[in-house]
Design a protein around this ligand. Structure first.
Ligand SMILES: Cc1cc2nc3c(=O)[nH]c(=O)nc-3n(C[C@H](O)[C@H](O)[C@H](O)COP(=O)(O)O)c2cc1C
Length: 404
């Protein structure tokens, strides 16, 4: 299969134009599934995967220390990376291990061209995976070194975008322990929140996760939140009216948790916050040719508005200046924010509808009173019961080994 990559998120003068790619995902998975599952998975798990003919899923647990054998250490780092959140749980990543170095690569078969034409959300997802990897490496007493976009935004000849390369050296210090402990506990929580506020100390702790290049804007007064809720629900309805966006929704929306587990990816309507009788209508707005289309769009707007209004606070991640690596850095910043929120006992859910189009970005920037900054990701925060973990394709399915 050859495929065209859309424009990348980055400064307009250096955006890479289309490249022809040759990755055949199914063949890649079959090959890797055959060749490496047996070596990477625990024997009982590999047997179970074979017996049930199911895709092997990654367990939501991490070792306390970095495994001693180099192959196992790499598998453990990738294991931490892939517990990261991703746009529509598309997991648009691959990891290439080459002579002590890990390359984090975009999987072009796992991007959403309708919702994410410039790949900003795909790159944020890669950034979130990168951050998990770095947090795990530091917590395991390693000093990681990162090179962003080693080939720039242009893909390597004949291969997809390389977001970063990572290498690591042992040190005496263990860092990021609290964030590491949150990796396996973090969830995108689409439940309705209690509306209870976030304390100043919690807010300061979340702000402190932002790197220099990224800003965090905050809304917690009821009128401000209501204004933003209108902007988000307008954007969600506009998205559901757009055929290209709806095509992506259809491709990644799963019938049930069982369906998502069988495929190892995607999102159910419930996990997006649309459940119950009104949620059913909201969900049908994302499916093509529904009989109740006009109603459905109304409910989608209504349900989205209610969810956002019940937030304890809203946080908008922005960049004052766009560079090639802005979206990757924003993904890293978002993941640190999400891990910190988890460590503080707060529920959080990103809402990409608010920043997926120019009109959406203008609307949410206005609601926050932000000017001259690029709105990247809106996150609602609050208090709610936790939700179950979502599926991840196992390490063996996303990692290739060039030299051990
Ligand atoms: C860039 C990005 C955008 C996202 N946008 C949304 C969104 O609009 N709505 C939502 O419910 N979740 C959103 N998510 C969360 C994903 O749906 C979630 O990470 C995925 O389903 C896996 O679930 P988990 O985060 O609980 O592990 C987004 C995540 C990322 C990284």
């Amino acid at each position: 299969m050859s495929e065209k990559l859309p424009r990348h998120f980055g400064p307009s003068d250096s955006r890479a134009e289309f490249r022809t790619l040759t990755l055949d995902r199914r063949r890649f998975l079959v090959l890797l599934g055959g060749a490496t599952i047996a070596t990477t998975l625990p024997p009982a798990f590999a047997w179970a995967a074979k017996a049930s003919d199911r895709l092997p899923l990654q367990p939501w647990s991490l070792p306390d220390t970095m495994p001693g054998a180099p192959h196992d250490a790499v598998a453990a780092l990738v294991g931490a990376a892939i517990l990261a959140p991703s746009h529509w749980n598309s997991q648009p990543w691959r990891f290439e291990h080459d002579d002590g170095q890990l390359r984090l690569v975009l999987d072009p078969a796992r991007t959403l061209p309708g919702c994410d034409p410039d790949l900003r959300f795909a790159q944020m997802s890669l950034g979130a995976a990168l951050e998990n990897l770095l947090v795990a490496a530091r917590a395991w007493g390693q000093q990681p070194t990162v090179h962003y976009l080693p080939w720039g935004l242009a893909s390597r000849p004949g291969a997809p975008l390389v977001a970063a390369t990572v290498s690591w050296q042992p040190t005496d210090a263990r860092r990021d322990g609290a964030l590491f402990a949150a990796i396996a506990e973090r969830r995108s929580n689409a439940r309705s929140y209690e509306g209870r506020g976030i304390t100043i100390t919690q807010r300061a702790a979340l702000h402190s996760q932002m790197p220099e290049e990224i800003r965090l804007h905050w809304l917690e007064d009821r009128r401000g939140i209501a204004r933003a809720a209108n902007a988000v629900s307008d954007a969600a309805v506009a998205g559901a009216r757009d055929t290209r966006i709806r095509t992506d929704h259809q491709a990644w929306l799963r019938e049930s948790d069982g369906d998502a587990r069988r495929r190892g990816d995607g999102v159910t309507a419930e996990r997006l916050g649309y459940d119950g009788p009104f949620g059913w209508f909201a969900e049908s707005s994302m499916r093509p040719g529904g009989h109740f289309r006009r109603w459905s769009l109304g409910w989608l707007g209504h349900e989205t508005n209610e969810l956002v209004r019940a937030s304890g606070a809203l946080a908008l991640i922005t960049a004052p200046r766009r560079t090639d690596s802005t979206a990757i850095l924003a993904g890293q910043a978002y993941e640190r924010f999400a891990l910190k929120a988890t460590a503080l006992g707060l529920a959080q859910q990103p809402l990409s509808a608010a920043t997926q189009t120019e009109a959406g970005r203008a609307g949410i920037a206005k609601a926050f009173g932000v000017t001259n900054e690029e709105p990247l990701l809106l996150v609602r925060l609050g208090h709610a019961r936790t939700v179950p973990a979502s599926p991840r394709r196992a390490v063996a399915l996303v990692t290739s080994w060039h030299r051990a």
